[in-house]
Design a binder for this molecule. Structure first.
Ligand SMILES: Nc1ncnc2c1ncn2[C@@H]1O[C@H](COP(=O)(O)OP(=O)(O)O)[C@@H](O)[C@H]1O
Ligand SMILES: [Mg+2]
Length: 354
C-alpha cells in the first residue's frame, strides 16, 4: 500500500470507528435519537447498491497495480443480514472500505441510502466493526462505551442507558462488564466491539470478520448477537471467510473469489434442494436386505435392527421408500442433506458452475 493512502485509510478507519476526536461534532446530531425498535423505511428496499465496482491499488506514479475488485455488482436490502464471503484476499475488506467511503473506487459506483458514501448524512446512519477491533484494555466495557458515548455527545444519563442496552443486546453478563477488557476472551471483546458499533443506533451495520478467531461458543454468542441486531430491524452487511457461519445466519450471500462475484442469492437458492437422503426403516428381513443390495441400494444395519438406506437422488429416494413398503418394513425417519455453502464455493471456483 502506498504510504500516503495507508495513512489516510488509517485516519479514516479510526474516525469511522469512533477513535477520532473529530467525530464528536458530526455525530452529536444523533444524540437525541431514541434507540429505535425498528429502523424507518420499508423492508426489502435496496439500501446499498454497487455497480461494476472496481478497485486497483496502485502505488503513486506507478502503472503497476494490484486489482482487488474486478467489477462487483451487488445490492443489499433493508432488514437483511447480507454475507459477503470469500477466501482471504478475495476483496471483502476492500468492498467494505469502498462502501464506507474510506477508499475511492478506480471505476464503478457505490450508493448507500441512495447517496455517495462520503455523505455525512450517510455516516450518521451506519455502524462499523472493523476486523480485530482494539480497545484500551485497562477499561471495563462500561467505560469503553461511555468513552464512545462522549464522542457522540450524549449526556451521562443517555450514555448509561445506551451502554446498558447495547451490552444487554450482545449478552455480555453483568459481572463481566465490570472487569477490565484485558481479562476478556476474544469473543467477549468482539461483542463489546459490536455494542460500540451500535451505540449511535445505526440503521446499517458493517461487520468485518466478526466470528473469525473465536472458539465455537464465542462464535455462537456472536452469531446470536448479530441475529438480535437483525431482530431490531437493522440491516447487517457481514464479511467473512467462514462459510459455515455465513450459511447459518445470512439471508442473502455474495460469494467472491479473487475480486470477482462467483455466486449471489439467498442461502437456499445457492445450496439448492437436498441432494442426499437417509431413510431409517425398521422391520426389514435379512432376505429383503439381500434384495436391496442386488438393486444397488446402499444400506447399513444397526445393532438395534434399524436399517439406514443412503440415497443420492430424489428418484432413488422414491424407489427405496416403495421398497421398504413392499418388504413390509416401516419408514421411521427420512433425513435430507443439501450442499453446504462451502461445497457451492469449491464447485464454483473449480469452474464447474451450475
Ligand atoms: N492498501 C492496499 N494496497 C495494495 N494491495 C492491497 C491493499 N489492501 C488490500 N490489498 C490487496 O487486495 C486484495 C484484496 O484484499 P482484501 O480486500 O483485504 O481481501 P479480504 O478482506 O477478502 O481478505 C488482496 O490481494 C490484498 O493483498
Ligand atoms: Mg478482510
Amino acid at each position: 500500500m502506498p504510504q500516503a493512502e495507508a495513512t489516510q485509510e488509517k485516519i479514516a478507519t479510526n474516525a469511522s470507528n469512533g477513535h477520532g476526536a473529530g467525530d464528536s461534532g458530526v455525530n452529536a446530531v444523533t444524540s437525541n435519537a431514541v434507540l429505535s425498535e425498528a429502523a424507518p423505511g420499508s423492508a426489502g428496499e435496496v439500501i446499498i447498491q454497487t455497480n461494476d465496482l472496481r478497485k486497483i491499488y496502485r502505488a503513486p506514479f506507478s502503472r503497476e497495480g494490484k486489482t482487488a475488485l474486478h467489477g462487483l455488482t451487488i445490492d443489499v436490502k433493508r432488514g437483511e443480514i447480507f454475507g459477503l464471503v470469500g477466501p482471504n484476499g478475495s476483496g471483502k475488506t476492500t468492498t467494505l472500505k469502498l462502501l464506507l467511503g474510506l477508499i475511492k473506487p478506480t471505476a464503478g459506483e457505490v450508493s448507500v441510502f441512495g447517496r455517495g458514501p462520503d455523505d455525512v448524512a450517510v455516516k450518521q446512519r451506519i455502524g462499523f466493526l472493523p476486523d480485530g477491533p482494539y480497545f484500551y484494555d485497562y477499561l471495563n466495557s462500561y467505560e469503553v462505551l461511555d468513552f464512545y458515548g462522549r464522542l457522540f455527545g450524549y449526556s451521562a444519563d443517555e450514555r448509561a442507558r445506551r451502554s446498558e442496552a447495547m451490552l444487554d443486546m450482545v449478552a455480555l453478563n453483568k459481572a463481566d462488564r465490570k472487569r477490565p477488557i484485558r481479562t476478556y476472551s476474544k469473543g467477549m471483546m468482539q461483542r463489546v466491539g459490536l455494542a460500540q458499533s451500535l451505540l449511535n443506533d445505526p440503521e446499517l451495520l458493517f461487520l468485518d470478520e466478526p466470528t473469525t478467531g473465536l472458539d465455537p461458543i464465542g462464535a455462537r454468542q456472536m452469531k446470536d448477537a448479530i441475529l438480535n441486531v437483525r431482530a431490531m430491524g437493522k440491516t447487517v452487511l457481514l464479511c467473512s471467510h467462514l462459510l459455515a457461519d455465513v450459511q447459518a445466519i445470512c439471508d442473502r450471500v455474495a460469494i467472491i473469489s479473487e475480486g470477482q462475484l462467483v455466486k449471489f442469492g439467498t442461502v437456499p437458492e445457492l445450496v439448492g434442494p437436498s441432494q442426499r437422503f437417509e431413510v431409517f426403516a425398521s422391520g426389514i428381513a435379512d432376505s429383503a436386505l439381500a434384495e436391496a443390495s442386488k438393486k444397488g441400494y446402499q444400506h447399513e444395519k444397526q445393532p438395534d435392527g434399524l436399517v439406514i438406506f443412503h440415497t443420492t437422488s430424489s428418484e432413488q429416494l422414491d424407489d427405496v421408500l416403495s421398497f421398504v413398503r413392499q418388504s413390509n418394513g416401516s419408514t421411521v425417519d427420512v433425513k435430507g442433506y443439501s450442499e453446504t455453502l462451502e461445497d457451492v464455493f469449491v464447485r464454483s471456483v473449480k469452474g464447474d458452475g451450475r
